[in-house]
Ligand binder design. Structure first.
Ligand code: SER
Length: 878
C-alpha cells in the first residue's frame, strides 16, 4: 500500500534522526529580521546567519519540515499554480542541514539511501537521474564512482551566457546571501510519460521531475557582481513533500496526492464541478493552505508587503470560486479541512482556527462586493478588443478600482487566449505613483537590498555622539569609495549612536560629519547585522575608511523614546482594563505619535477609553524610574515579562521595567522616568482587520498641541454661534431644528414654483404636426425639480418632446423626454448625446428619458437651436 503524505513526512524526519540530526521546528513564514526576504522560501532561511558564520549553532546536524511560500522575489510560482502539476504557493520542504560538519559525499549518500533503500522509500535506482554544476568535478565523481550512476544519467549543467555562478545548478537564496553549487536528483517517469492535453501544461516536463536539491553552501553573495567564500562549508538540502509524495503514491500530479484530493473533494461540494482536474479546484486547494498558514503567522490582509501578498492569494482563490459558480461565502469554511488533512503540520493552525476563519470571512465579504462588478467590466472590455491584448490601462483600472491584482486579470484572460500588456500596466501604475511620489522624501525611491556579512556596534543607548569609521558607502545600489556633494546614499559605520528602525520604533535622524563634510541622515535601517544610515551629503566628500563623527538629533530621539515608554504603559493599561485577551499585534512609534495594534473583538467604548487614559496618566504622574536590565530569557520569563514573538529573542534579553506595572522585553529606547512623558491622549481608535484594533495616541508637547487645537476650535465655533462654549450644544440643537423647518418651507415654495413653471412652459410649447415641442433653459433652478417638471409637462402635453436645461454657475444639467409614440423617430438618448458630446459632458439613458451634464455652457444656446431644427425636420418627415 502507498504511504500517506503524513507518513512520508515522518519517515524523512526519522531517517535523519537515525543519522544523528536534531529535529528543529519549522520557522515562521515571515523571516525574522531579514530585509532581503518577504516570505520564507526555503528550509535554509532560518539558518542563514549560521551559514554566514554570524551566529553559532548548538547542533552541527539538523533536519526540518519547513513551511515555505513562493509568491514573490527570486522564487515566484503564483501564476503557475493550478495550471501545472507541480507548482504551489505554499508547500512543505523537507531538509537536512550540516553546519561545518559533513559535506558533499555524505550528503549525497544520505539522499541516495533514503530514496532507494528498501527500508525507506524504495524507489528503483534506474528511475533516478542526476544534474551537477558543470565545474563541480568532485560531485560528478561521487555520483559516478561512489554511487555508481552511469555517466549517461548524470547531466552537467553550465552557466547561462558564461556568467560565472549563474546556473540552474548554482543555488542562491535571493539577490544576496548564502549560495553555492548544487546537485539535483530527478525522477524519470519513463519515455512514455503522458503529455497532458491541457495546453497550459505544455511547458512542463512530464518525464523528468526534480525531487531533491542538495546545495553545497560555500559562498556569500554580496551584490550582483560580488561573491565571497565562506569560512565554513555547509550543506542545505530541500525536497518538496508534495512532489516526493506524488512519486511514492504513484500519481502523476501533486494535486492527486492524498492530502490534496481530500481538500479538492471538499471544495467541489460547494460547486457543481465534479471533475477533480478542474483548474479552479486546484487553485483554491493550494490557496486555502497558503492563506491559513500565512494568517497563523500573524499576517493580515492589507495593501502592503506581506498583507498584500495574502490579499492577492485570497482574491485569486475567491475569483476561481466565482468562476466555478460558487455563490456563497465558502473560502473560510475550508479551514477545518486543511487542519484535518495535514497531520502534525496543522498543529499551528489548531489554536488559531477561529482567527483564521474570521479574517478570511471578512476579506471574502469585502471582496465579493467588487468581484462581480469588476468581472463585468473585464468581460465588456474583452468583447470590445480588436486584438488579443488587453491594454495596460484597463489592467490598472481593474486593479485600482475593483482591487483586481494584475495576475488575477491575467488568469481570466489566459483562458480566453488573451494576453495582458504588462508594460502598459507598469506604466499606468508608475504614472499614478509619480504623482504621489512628488511629495515623498528622496530616500523613499532608494532601493537597497544588500546584505552584509558584517556588523555594526550600536552605542546609542548610552551615547548621542560616537566617533566611528566609514566601512562602506553605497550610491545607487553600488558599493563606492567616495560620496560627493548632493549625492544620496547609504553609509555603513563600524559603530553608531543611531538606532535602526526595529521593534516598531522608527530609526534615528541626525548627522555624520567631519570638519566641513556633512551627511544628513534621514533614516536609519538594519541590513542584516549592520546598520545603514540613509541620507544625502550636503557638503564636502566622504570616503571609505575615513574617521567621522555621528550625532543623532537629540530632541527627535527623546520624543520617540517618550512615545515608546508610553506605548508600554498603554499596553499594560489595555490588558488591565480589557483582560489578557489583548495581545500586541504590531506598533509604530515615531516622534509625533504612537500606534498600537492589538487583538480585541470589538471597538472600545468612550468610558473605557477614558479609563485607559486615566490609568496611563496616573502612572505618568507617579514619575516612575524606568529600569532596563539585561538577563537570560528564562529569568525574564520568571519575572512574567511580556514577550512578543518568542522565537525572535536571543538567549540574553533586554527587559524594560516600569515598576511592576509594565515589564516587557524590548530593544528600543526609553524615557528616564514616566513623568517625562507629561501626558497621554488617545486620538483615534479603528479596526484594522477582523479581531484586530488600532489605537493612536499622542504624548508630551504633541498632546498639549492636540488639546490646544481642540480648544481653539471650540472657541471659534462659540464665536460663530455667538454663545458661550457651555451653551453651544443647546444652540446647535436649536439650529438643526430651524434648518429642518426651513428646508420644509423651501420644499413647499419649490412645489408651488414648479406648478407655475409647468403651466407657463406647457403654454410655450410649439406644435409640429400634432406633437408638442418644448426646449427651455433655466438659470440656477432647483436641480432636483427638473425631473418633476418634465414628468408633469409630459403628462399634460401627451405626444411631446421636452428638453429642459438648467445652468448653474459654470456647468449645466439637462433632461430630455420623448413620449413613447415618437421613439421610433427620435430618442431622448440621441438628443442627450448631441448635447454632451459637444459640451465636454457625460450622459445617457433610455429611448424615452435621458439625462446628462456638461461644462461648456456658452455653446448651449447654439446647440439647442440646432436640436430644434433637427427635431422639426424629423417630425416633418415622420
Ligand atoms: N535551498 C535549496 C532549495 O530551496 C535546498 O534546500 O532548493
Amino acid at each position: 500500500m502507498n504511504k500517506s503524505t503524513n507518513q512520508i513526512r515522518q519517515d524523512f524526519l526519522n531517517f535523519f534522526k537515525e543519522k544523528k540530526h536534531v529535529i528543529i521546528p519549522s520557522s515562521s513564514l515571515v523571516p525574522n529580521n531579514d530585509s532581503t526576504l518577504l516570505f520564507t522560501n526555503a528550509g535554509m532561511n532560518q539558518f542563514k546567519d549560521i551559514f554566514l558564520g554570524l551566529k553559532k549553532t548548538k547542533h552541527a546536524r539538523v533536519t526540518t519540515v519547513q513551511r515555505c511560500l513562493r509568491t514573490g522575489g527570486k522564487h515566484n510560482d503564483l501564476e503557475n499554480v493550478g495550471y501545472t502539476h507541480r507548482h504551489h504557493t505554499f508547500f512543505e520542504m523537507l531538509g537536512n542541514f550540516s553546519f561545518g560538519d559533513y559535506f558533499k559525499k555524505k550528503a549525497i549518500m544520505y539522499a541516495w539511501e533514503l530514496l532507494t533503500s528498501k527500508k525507506w522509500f524504495n524507489i528503483p535506482k534506474h528511475r533516478l537521474w542526476i544534474t551537477v554544476y558543470e565545474h563541480d568535478d568532485e560531485t560528478y565523481k561521487i555520483w559516478n564512482q561512489t554511487i555508481q550512476i552511469p555517466s549517461e544519467r548524470i547531466i552537467k549543467i553550465g552557466d547561462y551566457e558564461n556568467h560565472k555562478y549563474n546556473s540552474d545548478n548554482f543555488w542562491q537564496m535571493g539577490d544576496s546571501g548564502p549560495c553555492g553549487p548544487c546537485t539535483e536528483i530527478f525522477y524519470d517517469y519513463g519515455k512514455n510519460a503522458l503529455n497532458s492535453s491541457s495546453e497550459f501544461i505544455k511547458n512542463e516536463n512530464h518525464r523528468f521531475v526534480e525531487i531533491w536539491n542538495i546545495v553545497f553552501i560555500e559562498y556569500n553573495r554580496i551584490s550582483q557582481t560580488q561573491i565571497i567564500s565562506l569560512k565554513q562549508k555547509s550543506i542545505d538540502t530541500g525536497m518538496g513533500l508534495e512532489r516526493i509524495s506524488s512519486i511514492l503514491q504513484n500519481v502523476n500530479s501533486n494535486y492527486n496526492i492524498d492530502i490534496f484530493q481530500t481538500l479538492i473533494k471538499s471544495i467541489s461540494q460547494f460547486s457543481k464541478v465534479q471533475d477533480f482536474n478542474n483548474i479552479s479546484l486546484k487553485v483554491i486547494a493550494d490557496h486555502i493552505r497558503a492563506c491559513s498558514f500565512i494568517i497563523a503567522d500573524n499576517i493580515f490582509p492589507s495593501n502592503e508587503q506581506h498583507g498584500y501578498v495574502l490579499r492577492r492569494i485570497i482574491r485569486r482563490a475567491l475569483s476561481h470560486g466565482y468562476k466555478i459558480g460558487i455563490k456563497q461565502h465558502f473560502f473560510y469554511k475550508l479551514v477545518p479541512n486543511v487542519i484535518r488533512s495535514m497531520g502534525i503540520s496543522a498543529n499551528i493552525l489548531k489554536d488559531k482556527q477561529k482567527k483564521i476563519e474570521d479574517v478570511l470571512k471578512s476579506e471574502e465579504m469585502q471582496f465579493s462586493k467588487t468581484l462581480e462588478k469588476g468581472l463585468q467590466v473585464l468581460n465588456k472590455e474583452i468583447k470590445n478588443l480588436d486584438n488579443q491584448i488587453l491594454p495596460g490601462e484597463i489592467v490598472f483600472y481593474l486593479h485600482d478600482t475593483f482591487g483586481f491584482p494584475s495576475d488575477l486579470t491575467e488568469d481570466f484572460c489566459r483562458e480566453k487566449n488573451i494576453k495582458i500588456d504588462h508594460d502598459g500596466y507598469q506604466k499606468a501604475k508608475k504614472n499614478q505613483k509619480n504623482q504621489s511620489n512628488l511629495k515623498k522624501p528622496f530616500y523613499k525611491n532608494y532601493n537597497n537590498n544588500i546584505f552584509f556579512n558584517d556588523s555594526c556596534i550600536f552605542e546609542g543607548y548610552q551615547k548621542h555622539k560616537t566617533k566611528s569609521i566609514i566601512k562602506y558607502i553605497f550610491v545607487k545600489d553600488q558599493s563606492v569609495l567616495n560620496i560627493t556633494k548632493n549625492e544620496v546614499g547609504i553609509i555603513y559605520l563600524d559603530k553608531t549612536s543611531f538606532y535602526a528602525e526595529s521593534g516598531g520604533q522608527i530609526g534615528d535622524i541626525g548627522y555624520i560629519y567631519y570638519k566641513k563634510s556633512c551627511f544628513i541622515v534621514e533614516k536609519t535601517k538594519k541590513y542584516g547585522n549592520t546598520i545603514g544610515h540613509i541620507g544625502k551629503l550636503i557638503s564636502g566628500t566622504m570616503t571609505v575608511n575615513q574617521s567621522v563623527y555621528n550625532k543623532i538629533d537629540k530632541l527627535y530621539r527623546s520624543s520617540v523614546s517618550l512615545n515608546h515608554s508610553a506605548t508600554h504603559l498603554l499596553h499594560a493599561a489595555l490588558r488591565n482594563t480589557l483582560g489578557d485577551g489583548v495581545v500586541q499585534k504590531g506598533s509604530f512609534i515615531c516622534n509625533s505619535y504612537l500606534r498600537f495594534d492589538f487583538s480585541y473583538s470589538k471597538l472600545i467604548d468612550t468610558f473605557h477609553i477614558q479609563e485607559i487614559e486615566n490609568i496611563v496618566n496616573v502612572q505618568i504622574r507617579n514619575n516612575i524610574f524606568i529600569k532596563i536590565k539585561e538577563m537570560s530569557f528564562e529569568e525574564a520569563k520568571t519575572k512574567k515579562a511580556t514577550a512578543l514573538f518568542e522565537n525572535q529573542y536571543k538567549s540574553t534579553v533586554r527587559v524594560v521595567f516600569i515598576s511592576n506595572f509594565s515589564i516587557e522585553l524590548c530593544g528600543g529606547t526609553h524615557a528616564k522616568r514616566t513623568g517625562d512623558i507629561g501626558l497621554l491622549k488617545i486620538i483615534s481608535q479603528s479596526s484594522v482587520a477582523s479581531g484586530i484594533k488600532r489605537i493612536e495616541a499622542v504624548t508630551g508637547q504633541e498632546a498639549i498641541n492636540y488639546f490646544q487645537k481642540q480648544d481653539n476650535n471650540i472657541q471659534d465655533i462659540s464665536f460663530m454661534l455667538k454663545v458661550k462654549s457651555f451653551d453651544m450644544k443647546e444652540k446647535i440643537k436649536k439650529l438643526i431644528h430651524q434648518i429642518k423647518y426651513l428646508e420644509k418651507k423651501i420644499q413647499e415654495f419649490q412645489k408651488k414654483e414648479n406648478t407655475h413653471q409647468v403651466k407657463t412652459l406647457s403654454n410655450n410649447a410649439y406644435d409640429i404636426q400634432g406633437t408638442k415641442v418644448l426646449i427651455h433653459t433655466f438659470y440656477n433652478y432647483d436641480h432636483k425639480s427638473l425631473r418633476v417638471i418634465s414628468d408633469q409637462i409630459t403628462e399634460k402635453l401627451k405626444s411631446s418632446i421636452i428638453v429642459l436645461v438648467n445652468v448653474t454657475n459654470n456647468h449645466f444639467n439637462v433632461i430630455t423626454k420623448v413620449t413613447k409614440n415618437l421613439i421610433n423617430f427620435i430618442t431622448a438618448s440621441s438628443i442627450i448625446n448631441m448635447i454632451v458630446t459637444k459640451t465636454n459632458g457625460k450622459g445617457g439613458g433610455k429611448k424615452h428619458i435621458a439625462e446628462g451634464r456638461g461644462l461648456n455652457i456658452n455653446i448651449i444656446p447654439e446647440i439647442l437651436q440646432n436640436i430644434k431644427i433637427w427635431i422639426n425636420k424629423k417630425l416633418k418627415n415622420k
